[in-house]
Design a protein around this ligand. Structure first.
Ligand SMILES: C[S@@+](CC[C@H](N)C(=O)[O-])C[C@H]1O[C@@H](n2cnc3c(N)ncnc32)[C@H](O)[C@@H]1O
Length: 289
């Protein structure tokens, strides 16, 4: 895994010649019309912390993992709770087997603060640090499904947060790149992913509005913070034939999860999948002076 500091030297995106905006309800959700709460409060009645657990079967070394066949780590702790969580996700209508298997495999309790670890398998977002959140499991599953990842795909995530979504993505591909604007979150997530055996994830501290130009183009891009519009650099860094899912809208107001498909250079289609509620895509690290 690589962790590095990012500076904004990405070139400005080329103009998008045509954008077709088709608003259509799609995907799978009984929750489609009910925004997912983004910033739940940790309450004083939170149960005590759960002990972090080790991977039952550690992965291969980081270097090897890239070259050889990548196998994500396996965990058995709290499997029954994960299975119940997956049932809930399925009940919402997300039935993609590979996505459900990934959700059943990643130990979400390792990615949430100890104070809320007992709630890790509830289908709800949870607070992390600095006012940020780990997304609702259903949302993670549905966004992952929408990417239609193929083995070997190169995927970029904007908003590493805890690293949970990135870990889920490693069940589809070993080529996962993720950017986080809050330095301490980026560092903590990088360490956590390494400790748990998700060695293949490359974490960068920086502003995801600019994407990751040196690693572009990407087969898929997933934004986990809401932006006013799709950042041009992300459109530019998406491969032709690639898919991006990203929440778009105001910080306080109606936000839509958009599916962005690049059909040809300069030909991009956007489609609204469902109403959502996400934390904002920031322009600077609020913890830095
Ligand atoms: C809903 S949380 C993401 C949850 C994360 N995917 C996970 O699995 O835990 C949104 C994250 O986006 C980060 N973020 C906000 N603006 C950003 C930006 N411009 N570039 C990169 N990350 C950003 C926030 O700090 C926050 O950690």
């Amino acid at each position: 895994m690589r962790f590095e500091r990012f500076t904004h030297n990405a070139p400005r995106a080329a103009g998008v010649a045509a954008i077709l905006l088709v608003l259509a309800a799609a995907g799978c959700s009984t929750a489609a019309e009910s925004p997912a709460p983004a910033e739940p409060e940790a309450t004083a009645t939170m149960p005590p912390a759960a002990k972090p657990e080790k991977a039952d079967a550690p992965s291969t070394q980081a270097g090897e993992a890239k070259e050889k066949k990548w196998t994500p780590p396996r965990f058995t702790a709290r499997q029954d709770e994960r299975d119940r969580m997956v049932k809930t996700i399925r009940a919402y209508g997300c039935t993609d087997k590979a996505v459900l298997a990934a959700m059943a495999a990643v130990p979400r309790h390792e990615f949430v603060p100890a104070s809320v670890a007992s709630l890790a398998y509830w289908d709800r977002p949870l607070p992390t640090a600095h006012g940020q959140t780990i997304s609702q499991p259903y949302m993670v599953a549905e966004m992952t499904r929408l990417l239609r990842l193929k083995a070997g795909a190169k995927v970029l995530e904007i908003g590493t947060g805890s690293g949970y979504q990135a870990a889920v993505l490693t069940h589809f591909t070993a080529h996962v790149y993720t950017i986080e604007i809050i330095k301490s979150l980026a560092e903590t997530a990088a360490k956590r992913l390494k400790r748990l055996g998700y060695d293949v994830v490359k974490v960068r501290h920086g502003d995801g509005h600019f994407g990751w130009a040196e690693e572009a183009p990407f087969d898929a891009i997933i934004g986990t913070a809401v932006a006013g519009k799709v950042p041009p650099a992300l459109i530019e860094q998406l491969k032709v034939g690639g898919r991006m899912v990203i929440p778009i809208g105001p910080t306080h107001g109606v936000q839509r999860l958009m599916l962005v498909e690049k059909d040809a250079p300069g030909l991009v289609r956007q489609r609204s999948i469902m109403l959502v509620r996400f934390v904002p895509m920031l322009r600077k690290d609020p913890t830095e002076k």
